[in-house]
Design a protein around this ligand. Structure first.
Ligand SMILES: [Zn+2]
Ligand SMILES: [Zn+2]
Ligand SMILES: [Zn+2]
Ligand SMILES: [Zn+2]
Length: 373
C-alpha cells in the first residue's frame, strides 16, 4: 500500500463527514467547508481584489484551480477558481475536487510543519502531501464504503458528482484495498460501519433538473445559460430577455439569478436543497398551455372546450385566450396592468407580480393546488 497512511487519511476524512456534514450524497463540499469557522472560502476574483495587493501575488499564479493561505490573523483562506475551464464538461466536478483537496491539506495538518504559509503544488518536495490531499478528497467526495465496486466509472461519477477520472481512482482503491485495512482494528471497523449506515439511509442521487423545460445536461455542461431560480417554489425559468422580478409560477420576488459566474455556488447550495424538497413533494408538476405565434391559445378553450378561438377572448365563455398581466396583486391594491404577452405556464407577471389573466380566468390552476395532483 505504499508509504501513505491510508488509515489515517480515511479516518480524518470520515471524522469530517461524521462531525460536519449533512448525511446526503453527493456531499455539498462548498456548503460544508463554508460552515467551518477557521476557513474563509473566497473566489480568485475576491483574492485578487482583497489579498492580491497586500500579498503581492495574483491567485492564478499559485494554481489554476485552488490554493490555501494560512493567514496569521484570519486563519485559513481557501481561494478557488470558480471560472476554471469554462468549457470543460466536468468543470464543476473539478472545482469540487479542488476544494476537498485543499480541505485535506488543512485537516491532515500539512500546515503544521510548514514554514511557508502556502503549499506549492508544483514543488517536487510536496509530492507526498499532494498525494495525501488527493486521497483525502477522493474519500470525502466518494467514501469507499459507499461505493459499489460492480458499478461503472460513469455511474460512480454521476452518483457522487465527481469527475470520471476521480471515479476511476476511487473504484481502483475500492477494488484493491478496501477489505484488508479494516481487519486490523475492530473498533475502526465499527466506526466505518456506523458512518456507512448513516449515509446510506439518506443516500440519493441528485437530479434536480428533471423539470420538463430544463435540459438536465446543464448540470454538467454549463455554457453561459442564465436562469432565474425561485427560492420559494424552486421553479427554474430561463431568461428570455424578460424583465423578470417575480416568479411566474408562484409570484414570489425571492429570486436568484444564476449565471455561469455563480453556477458552482448554486450547484453546491440551493440546487441540492431544492432537490430534497422536490423528492418529498414528488416531481414538480404544473400545467402549461400551448400558445401560437401570436400568444393565443393554440388548442381549445380549457374552460368551455370551444375550438373556434379568435381575437382576445373566448366568444363562448369570455375567458381571456391571450395570457396577460391582470394588474391584480393578491392581498394588495390593484395597479395598472403591464403590457405585453405572458407565456403559457405563467400564473404571475414576471415584471410586477400581478396574477395572469389565465390564472384569473381559471385556465391555469394555482401552483400550490397543482403540486400534489
Ligand atoms: Zn495541494
Ligand atoms: Zn416561485
Ligand atoms: Zn371558453
Ligand atoms: Zn404585470
Amino acid at each position: 500500500m505504499g508509504k501513505y497512511d491510508y488509515t489515517k487519511i480515511n479516518l480524518i476524512a470520515h471524522q469530517f463527514l461524521l462531525n460536519n456534514c449533512s448525511p446526503q450524497y453527493p456531499i455539498n463540499i462548498y456548503s460544508e467547508i463554508s460552515k467551518l469557522e477557521n476557513i474563509q472560502l473566497i473566489t480568485y476574483e475576491e483574492w485578487d481584489r482583497f489579498m492580491g495587493q497586500k500579498i503581492g501575488r495574483l491567485a492564478s499564479t499559485y494554481s489554476p484551480d485552488a490554493f490555501t493561505y494560512n493567514h496569521p490573523q484570519i486563519g485559513f483562506i481557501l481561494a478557488y477558481n470558480n471560472k476554471t475551464n469554462p468549457y470543460h464538461r466536468q468543470r464543476i466536478q473539478r472545482i469540487r475536487f479542488s476544494l476537498a483537496h485543499e480541505l485535506g491539506h488543512i485537516l491532515l495538518g500539512h500546515f503544521n510543519n510548514q514554514d511557508n504559509s502556502f503549499i506549492e503544488s508544483s514543488s517536487p518536495n510536496n509530492h507526498y502531501i499532494e498525494r495525501e490531499a488527493d486521497l483525502f478528497a477522493a474519500e470525502t467526495l466518494a467514501p469507499r464504503s459507499l461505493i459499489n465496486p460492480y458499478r461503472s466509472q460513469t455511474e460512480i461519477a454521476k452518483h457522487f458528482d465527481i469527475s470520471t477520472a476521480s471515479a476511476r481512482i476511487s473504484l481502483y482503491y475500492k477494488r484493491n484495498y478496501s477489505s484488508d485495512f479494516f481487519n486490523e482494528d475492530k473498533s475502526l471497523f465499527n466506526h466505518f460501519q456506523y458512518i456507512e449506515r448513516k449515509f446510506f439511509l439518506h443516500n440519493s442521487p441528485r437530479n434536480l433538473l428533471k423539470n420538463n423545460d430544463f435540459d438536465p445536461s446543464l448540470t454538467y455542461d454549463f455554457l453561459g445559460v442564465i436562469f432565474h431560480f425561485c427560492k420559494s417554489c424552486h421553479h427554474i425559468d430561463i431568461v428570455e430577455n424578460r424583465n423578470y422580478k417575480f416568479c411566474t409560477l408562484c409570484g414570489s420576488s425571492n429570486l436568484l439569478l444564476v449565471s455561469k459566474d455563480n453556477y458552482f455556488e448554486f450547484h453546491e447550495t440551493e440546487e441540492q436543497t431544492a432537490f430534497i424538497d422536490l423528492e418529498e413533494n414528488e416531481d414538480m408538476h404544473y400545467t402549461k398551455l400551448k400558445l401560437d405565434a401570436n400568444g393565443r391559445l393554440e388548442e381549445k378553450c380549457p374552460r368551455c372546450e370551444n375550438e373556434d378561438l379568435r381575437e382576445s377572448y373566448c366568444n363562448i365563455c369570455g375567458a381571456s385566450i391571450i395570457n396577460k398581466c391582470s394588474g391584480n396583486h393578491i392581498g394588495s391594491l390593484w395597479r395598472p396592468a403591464c403590457t405585453g404577452h405572458l407565456l403559457g405556464a405563467d400564473r404571475f407577471c414576471p415584471q410586477c407580480g400581478a396574477t395572469s389573466t389565465f390564472l384569473e380566468d381559471g385556465l391555469l390552476k394555482e401552483y400550490a393546488t397543482t403540486r400534489n395532483n
